[in-house]
Design a protein around this ligand. Structure first.
Ligand SMILES: [Cu+2]
Length: 152
């Protein structure tokens, strides 16, 4: 049994070591999804019960020309929209990101708490820690891609 586990560990190490070296690794270990010059990593969504709201976050690394994240769709909620946060005289307000989330050429755009984020309103099911949900991201130029989001 012990040797079998050791063998498995060795195989995993070999896979990691000899894996696709062009794929950037992320600190959290969520899979990286690539779409043309876009590389999407660290995609996660907040735990929240059915009926409540949640938010999803991700990092988009762009090694090409400018693009725009224009829509996010999924079957986990009534409404999913792209939001931004503005500081209005010290009041942090969030509202729909008009025109989507800009992805400048050769840049990293993070959707994170306090900034651009994916707003998920009216969950149709519980989001519990450890689950993975699928959301479809649509970019103006690169097109659409399904991305797994880890529930945290
Ligand atoms: Cu929001």
């Amino acid at each position: 049994m012990f040797t079998r586990i050791m063998a498995l560990v060795l195989i995993v190490h070999l896979l990691v070591a000899c894996g696709n070296t062009t794929t950037p690794t992320t600190v959290v270990g969520t899979p990286v999804v690539s779409l043309q010059t876009l590389s999407i990593s660290d995609a996660w969504v907040r735990t929240s019960p059915k009926g409540d709201n949640s938010a999803a976050y991700l990092t988009i690394i762009n090694s090409g020309g400018a693009d725009t994240l224009v829509a996010v769709k999924g079957d986990v909620a009534m409404i999913i929209e792209l939001h931004t946060v503005t500081n209005d005289n010290g009041m942090m307000n969030m509202h729909p990101a008009e025109g989507g989330v800009p992805i400048p050429a050769n840049s990293t755009q993070m959707l994170k708490s306090g900034g651009f984020h994916v707003m998920i309103m009216g969950l149709t099911k519980d989001l519990t820690k450890g689950q993975t949900i699928q959301l479809t991201l649509t970019f103006q130029h690169a097109g659409a891609v399904v991305v797994p989001f880890e529930v945290r």
